[in-house]
Design a protein around this ligand. Structure first.
Ligand code: NAD
Length: 338
């Protein structure tokens, strides 16, 4: 079995999950981890016998990994991605791919130039409830999809959140770019479409920082289905739910594991979703399969990641202008494919 030498850039919250995933994967040699806070890198590397660096450029040059996972603040995604690709490294970027569509374009162009994969960790694709929901949508058994309604409410301004998330210049924004990119991805992926239009109204009433704390979004998919998304990062009850209404019934997804199906004569009942691999493990295996498979575009590709950022950009533009915005199509046939 071929193994892939891999390094992680950034040793924060989500890197802990990636580190365990790499360690447990038989196709992976988990070589090293870099963080500007060397002690943090060392603490995370030690249990896995990986090496720690305080400078990711030095790590990439010395270790020569085949794949790098980038788990940095959003404003650093592009520069780290392009550096790694210049060095011949495939990359898996944490979501969102970058601060905006323009940066995503640069990353995708660099991947083409250096002949490596730029992939994005859109892990909603690996949640058991979403996989089952996608299967039901594709089967057509509930009829035509009428609309999608997503709610993601979660306190966003808690003291434990690292400061960069609340600084627009480093994060690109608040609940829209961070939580909303999961919602957009989930809906696009389950319905096999892309967002094409967005109208949005945001508030900026957080106790700290300069990012938005709520977003009421109205979008449309490339198959013409209307989508509403409510994002709220203030002190409300936490909710993570998506309802899909069809001509012959409806689905409700709650978090990663729970899916219900109902209809007018039948209250919601749980759907058996079966056994699925842990999402980060499944995502990593998908990355390795894509690297092995070569040039094919897949649903964790940089182009897919760019489609999510393009919808996020349209949402911010809509709030600023007060007008509905078209989501930028960024490669020929982007919507025709669906
Ligand atoms: N998939 C998910 O569900 C999920 C969950 C959480 C975070 N994320 C994403 O993961 C990424 C990281 O988020 P996080 O919560 O782990 O953030 P974090 O703040 O916990 O970690 C970021 C790390 O980057 C380090 N860093 C900053 N500048 C650096 C530099 N120049 N060189 C090296 N290291 C540097 C910081 O010291 C920190 O340890 C973001 O893109 C975020 O949106 C995804």
């Amino acid at each position: 079995m071929r193994t892939y030498k891999t390094a992680i850039i950034g040793a924060g919250t989500i890197a802990k999950v990636h580190a365990r995933t790499l360690h447990e994967n038989k196709r992976t040699e988990f070589a090293a981890i870099a963080d500007i806070d060397l002690q943090r890198a060392a603490d995370l590397a030690a249990p896995y016998g990986a090496r720690a660096y305080g400078d990711y450029r030095m790590m990439i040059k010395e270790e020569r990994p085949e794949i790098a996972i980038i788990t940095l603040p959003h404003h650093l995604h592009k520069e780290a991605a392009i550096f790694c690709m210049e060095q011949g490294c495939h990359i898996l970027l944490e979501k969102p791919m970058a601060l905006n569509t323009g940066e995503c374009s640069e990353i995708n162009a660099a991947a083409g130039k250096y002949g490596v994969r730029a992939s994005v960790g859109h892990m909603q694709h690996f949640f058991a409830a979403n996989i089952k929901a996608k299967e039901i949508v594709e089967s057509g058994r509930l009829g035509r999809l009428v609309s999608v309604h997503d709610k993601r409410h979660h306190p966003y301004f808690l003291p434990e959140r690292p400061g960069w998330f609340l600084d627009k210049s480093r994060s690109g924004g608040g609940v829209v770019i961070n939580l909303g990119s999961h919602s957009i991805d989930k809906i696009q992926w389950i319905t096999g479409t892309r967002m094409t239009k967005a109208k949005a109204s945001l508030t900026y009433w957080g106790e700290r920082g300069d990012v938005e704390g709520s977003g009421s979004l109205f979008m449309q998919t490339s198959s013409g289905v209307p989508v509403t998304v409510s994002l709220c990062g203030y002190n409300n009850v936490s909710v993570n739910e998506t309802e899909l209404l069809f001509t012959g019934g409806q689905l409700k997804i709650a978090g990663a594991q729970a899916l219900w199906l109902g209809a007018y004569d039948r209250p919601y009942e749980p759907v058996q979703i079966g056994e699925h691999a842990e999402p980060f493990a499944a995502q990593w295996n998908k990355m390795l399969d894509d690297v092995e498979g070569g040039g094919e575009e897949t649903d964790i590709s940089g182009y897919y990641g760019q489609s999510v950022c393009a919808a996020v950009d349209a949402i911010y533009r809509s709030h600023e202008t007060g007008l509905e915005q078209i989501v930028e199509a960024f490669y020929p046939g982007a919507y025709a494919r669906q």
